[in-house]
Design a protein around this ligand. Structure first.
Ligand code: ACO
Length: 401
């Protein structure tokens, strides 16, 4: 066997893999994904079973700590989160410094980072106990910050969590309750949101998760790493796709509803337009989450009595794409975000908030991956490159350039 340490400092062959299409960055025991067969499992449990039987906080515990919690563990976990849920009043000054037109994802990333100033001990997490404290703090305060980004946009006062309510109910209340109103979240909405958050909770080494792991690998601290993850998620090729999907479906609707024009645009290589919510780096058969979400979208819209023409356009677009050679050849199927925006819309969540909802769902996955990376004492992430620039040149004085 090769003694890896004996190679320390030596430069050998460098593999070049733009976009890391075939490069593993770590070993992980959290999420199993088989893109060919459309399989997704958290800690060995199938996503289908978890979406049907578990609630979000059970999945949060499972992802982070490796096992489903028993009743006692779950009760303690929930109580610890509630205990830490208050956000420092000075954070309100930070958020009120943003214009109400600011994108909620920009606010969320900044607020997550700003939280470090009020919780400086969350940075040095050398023991598992310190790690637990930092994790619980973030799980407790992040949903409040997420809800506050919406309240800032709507110029509503910023309230802390209602400690008598469950995780999802309190999140919805913080987002939507008008001052003085006795807000009670709709049960259909609570159940659907619980399921959506579970479906988004982890997805192994995607762009935002890899960002969290690489930032965390410099020991920058949990909150800073997650703030970076939020920024990575924002992009339309990643979590921002759920917002982009609805904007695209709206555009199709306003254009008269003819999907073929948009399919042709997506196929045109001269045109940068892509069908949003289609394609996936790893799933080349189908995205198992999309199947669950499509069914949930039908159920939620029926239960809430919402008749959204966008859903029909989405179904028409999916059918047309799945029959089109271009999409078939490239194995481009609807991904998790194709239908999630439709459910969020039916729940009354504004489009700019879709990616924030995704971030709330993905938070446990990011935390689990960060914790695994730190406990595994992974080295700092530092990819190599193949240099293709100029060879050595002599400096030219300003007057000679
Ligand atoms: N519409 C049209 N063509 C597409 C699409 C699309 N949505 N997605 C991929 N293609 C084409 C590419 O143009 C390329 O064609 P070519 O072989 O003729 O050059 C081929 O399919 C392969 O695409 P890549 O971009 O190489 O695939 P990659 O794995 O790098 O990208 C991605 C995956 C980013 C998800 C891509 O499919 C995409 O941009 N989709 C739309 C955005 C989206 O829905 N993102 C959400 C992803 S899920 C998530 O992050 C939660």
């Amino acid at each position: 066997a090769i003694d890896i340490k004996s190679l320390r400092g030596q430069s050998g062959v460098i593999t070049l893999d733009p976009g890391y299409k075939n490069t593993g960055s770590c070993e992980s025991a959290i999420t199993f994904l088989d893109g060919e067969k459309g399989v997704l499992r958290y800690r060995g449990y199938s996503i289908e079973e978890l979406a049907e039987k578990a609630d979000f906080l059970e999945v949060v515990f499972l992802l982070i700590f490796g096992e489903l919690p028993n009743k006692e563990q779950l009760d303690k976990f929930k109580a610890d989160i509630i205990e830490q849920s208050e956000v420092n009043d000075d954070m309100k000054t930070v958020i009120n410094g943003f214009p109400s037109s600011a994108h909620p994802m920009g606010m969320l990333s900044s607020l997550t980072s700003a939280l470090i100033a009020f919780n400086p001990k969350s940075v040095n997490v050398d023991s598992e106990e310190d790690m637990y404290k930092a994790i619980v703090k973030l799980l407790a305060k992040f949903p409040t910050l997420a809800a506050w980004t919406l309240r800032r946009r709507n110029d509503l006062p910023l309230e802390n969590r209602d400690k008598d309510l469950g995780f999802i109910e309190s999140l919805l209340k913080m987002m939507f309750a008008k001052p003085g109103e006795d807000y009670v979240a709709d049960k259909t909405v609570v159940d659907a949101l619980d399921k959506l958050l579970i479906l988004h909770a982890d997805h192994e080494q995607n762009c935002s998760t890899s960002t969290v792991r690489i930032v965390g690998s410099s020991h920058a601290g949990l909150f800073a790493s997650i703030s970076a993850g939020v920024s990575a998620l924002w992009g339309p090729l990643h979590g921002g796709a759920n917002q982009a999907v609805i904007e695209m479906l709206e555009e199709i609707k306003n254009d008269g509803g003819d999907t073929s024009k948009f399919i042709a645009k997506a196929k045109d290589k001269e045109d940068p337009f892509r069908l949003m919510g289609f394609g996936h780096r790893v799933y080349k058969n189908f995205d198992p989450r999309a199947k669950i979400i499509k069914k949930a979208a039908d159920e939620v819209l029926a239960a809430l009595g919402v008749d959204d023409p966008i859903l029909e356009i989405a179904k028409g677009l999916e059918k047309a794409a799945l029959e089109d050679e271009y999409f078939v050849e490239r194995k481009l199927y609807p991904n998790v975000d194709f239908y999630s925006g439709i459910i969020y819309r039916a729940m009354g969540i504004p489009t700019e908030m879709f990616t924030v909802m995704f971030a709330v769902g993905r938070l446990p996955g990011w935390i689990a991956q960060w914790r695994e990376m730190r406990l595994g004492k992974e080295p700092i992430g530092r990819p190599r490159q193949v240099y293709i620039g100029e060879t050595l040149r002599s400096f030219k004085e300003l007057d000679n350039r």
